[in-house]
Design a protein around this ligand. Structure first.
Ligand code: ADP
Ligand code: MG
Length: 598
């Protein structure tokens, strides 16, 4: 007797649930998709406790009869495909027939549905088993209740994050679909709070205004038509960039997707106008003939594959770039590269700034900045909440906006897009924005490296580095250190190396030139002679300098405030890692003396 057997349905459904249902937001997403597929004009989402206690999605769509209501809970049961449908011609959001049975397998699930007013069916399911079916008098449409998600999968339940985190994911999914289907009314309530309310909107801008408010006024429209392909949407100016990747929202044929090719194209359109580690705010809609895109590549249906991805990439880049080049949205950047000059006589200025800083620190106490710095809403990355990433300098993208945090200095203006003029207790402070950001990045990167938790960003296209023989030797010998710094590098034969990932702190800095620069640094500071700690500081100094915002880069008020707050939280806010001053002050005393008031 063999040992292999076919799994029973409940087991299969729970396995599928592992892929399809990751968290409350994935339930919300699947249910909204079903409502949209059912032709709903109005979708109401209600969640309790971030969706852990209850998720309810109610629509006014086509509804189901009793037989279908039961069939819908069977695995691979779908009304959206039949044996003859070409998988490439799918025009519905769902097609896998997995969502309902998967969700019902891991929750206390109730489906209420009616094809006409007053004549409906209710099906109750507990952990995948149907426990009751009855007739109910409800209006036309479908309501699904998902209570106690993962009540029977404790391992999964443990992975759920704090209520606020789960809620933020739910909000994002509802917002995404609200943008994709602006003719449908959406409403999201969390307990007694209305989180989102959107009436059918005439235009995308109107919908964005309903969902994200003011941001809509500042976005730049674009639209490019090609045979079989249309790319349109709205893009934020570089200064609207946010620290989160999800400021970029991508839609392909009404489907919300995460797609590396499209994201890459958008980033290229922004080019080097984007501060390092920042992500653009843009809403990009791709309408493409269904045969040219495969939607069946991911269980959660959030990824697609284009048959001609290079062409799509280029049209998207062109479309977004066209928006940015109008109205002078691309600031004139000049790339300031510190020459490495010695600090010398500036020391006295730096130390006077330091004394200012310290008196301020004493009077204000540490809490206000430190606490504030750590309160990034919905902290990013698996390492959990961390002080505001390198990226909180500019206005927050859409989604949950960060509260501006208290800075010891209040920004008044930005001079020549390069220097921040700020008001302090005892006078005016002038801050070099590039040097300040360098300092912030340097300290965070160093701390992460010391604790061996540098966040790595995988490269879309792995890079092969052909090095000069002497550089190859340096890299080979210091490979361990480069890896610790977040570079995923493998020797690739001869003097070549393959680079698969770079530290996230580098943002969209080009990996090749950046590494070359670091290798130059390493060649003059080998760890064998200077010690590992010294080499590390040198490399991180160079990386921070390359990644920091440049001068001639406009910042928002909130961004300036954030930079000053982040700077104040560093150990050494007065000199950049190269040793040059970051800020100096003009005291009230000096101002008054200058005006002969004293
Ligand atoms: P899929 O969406 O991939 O078909 P689901 O498991 O999500 O699979 O849903 C199964 C079937 O149940 C759908 O094909 C549809 O016929 C029906 N269904 C689900 N939700 C609704 C709804 N809100 N209104 C009407 N029919 C629905
Ligand atoms: Mg579905």
């Amino acid at each position: 007797m063999g040992r292999i057997r076919v799994l029973d349905d409940p087991t299969v459904n729970r396995i599928a649930a592992g892929e399809v249902v990751e968290r409350p937001a994935s339930v919300v997403k699947e249910l909204i998709e079903n409502s949209l597929d059912a032709g709903a004009r109005s979708i109401d989402v209600r969640v309790l406790a971030g969706g852990r206690r209850l998720i309810r999605v109610a629509d006014d769509g086509s509804g189901m009869d009793r037989d279908d209501a039961l069939l819908a809970l069977e695995r691979h049961a779908t009304s959206k495909l039949d044996g003859t449908t070409d998988l490439h011609a799918i025009d519905s959001l769902g097609f896998r027939g997995e969502a309902l049975p998967s969700i019902a397998a891991v929750s206390r699930f109730t489906l209420r549905t009616a094809q006409e007013d007053g004549n409906g069916t209710e099906v109750e399911v507990r952990g995948g088993k149907i426990i009751a079916v009855r007739e109910v008098a409800i209006p036309r449409g479908t309501t699904v209740d998902v209570a106690g998600l993962f009540f029977n999968v404790p391992a999964r339940r443990k992975f759920l994050r704090a209520e606020a985190t789960e809620l933020s994911h739910v909000v994002r999914w509802v917002a995404r679909y609200a943008l994709a289907y602006r003719e449908v009314r959406f409403r999201l309530e969390h307990g007694p709070r209305v989180m989102l309310e959107a009436a059918p909107a005439e235009s995308l801008v109107d919908r964005i205004r309903e969902v994200y408010g003011q941001l809509s006024e500042r976005l730049l429209p674009f639209s490019v038509d090609r045979p079989g392909l249309r790319v349109h949407g709205l893009a934020g100016r570089p200064v609207e960039s946010g620290p989160r990747r999800d400021g970029l929202q991508l839609f392909v044929n009404g489907r919300v997707v995460q797609d590396r090719v499209l994201a890459h194209a958008v980033r290229e359109a922004y080019g080097n106008t984007m501060p390092r580690g920042r992500h653009p705010v843009a809403f990009v809609f791709v309408e493409i003939e269904p045969e040219a895109v495969d939607v069946n590549v991911h269980p959660q249906k959030t990824e697609v594959r284009f048959s001609r991805s290079g062409a799509v990439h280029d049209v998207v880049r062109e479309a977004v770039a066209s928006a940015l080049s109008r109205e002078g949205a691309v600031p004139d950047l000049s790339d300031l590269r510190p020459s490495g000059a010695a600090p010398s006589a500036r020391d006295s200025i730096a130390s006077s700034a330091l004394s200012y800083f310290e008196s301020r620190r004493e009077s204000a106490g540490n809490e206000s900045w430190r606490e504030a710095g750590a309160s990034v809403p919905y902290g990013r990355g698996p390492s959990g909440a961390r002080p505001a990433g390198q990226g909180t300098l500019l206005a927050e993208g859409p989604g949950v906006a960060a509260q501006p945090r208290v800075a010891p200095w209040v920004p008044l203006a930005q001079y020549r897009d390069s220097y921040i003029v700020a008001e302090g207790r005892e006078g005016l402070v002038l801050v070099d924005q590039h040097a300040a950001h360098e300092r912030v990045l340097f300290e965070r990167y160093l701390e992460d490296a010391e604790e061996d938790r540098v966040e790595v960003q995988r490269l879309l296209f792995p890079l092969t580095l052909e090095l000069a023989p002497d550089r190859a030797v340096v890299l080979e010998e210091e490979l361990g250190e480069f890896r610790r710094l977040g570079f995923t590098i493998e020797p690739f034969g001869g003097h070549s190396f393959r680079v698969d990932g770079v530290p996230s702190v580098l943002g969209d800095l080009e990996a090749g030139p950046c590494l070359e620069e670091l290798l130059g640094e390493a060649a003059t500071t080998r760890s064998a002679t200077a010690g590992v700690a010294n080499l590390r500081r040198k490399l991180i100094t160079s990386a921070a300098c390359q990644a920091a915002i440049k001068i001639n880069h406009p910042l928002t008020d909130a961004g300036m405030g954030q930079l000053l707050t982040d700077l104040a939280a560093t150990e050494n806010p007065t000199t950049c890692p190269h040793g040059r001053p970051i800020l100096f002050r003009l005291s009230l005393n000096e101002i008054e003396r200058g005006f002969r008031r004293r």
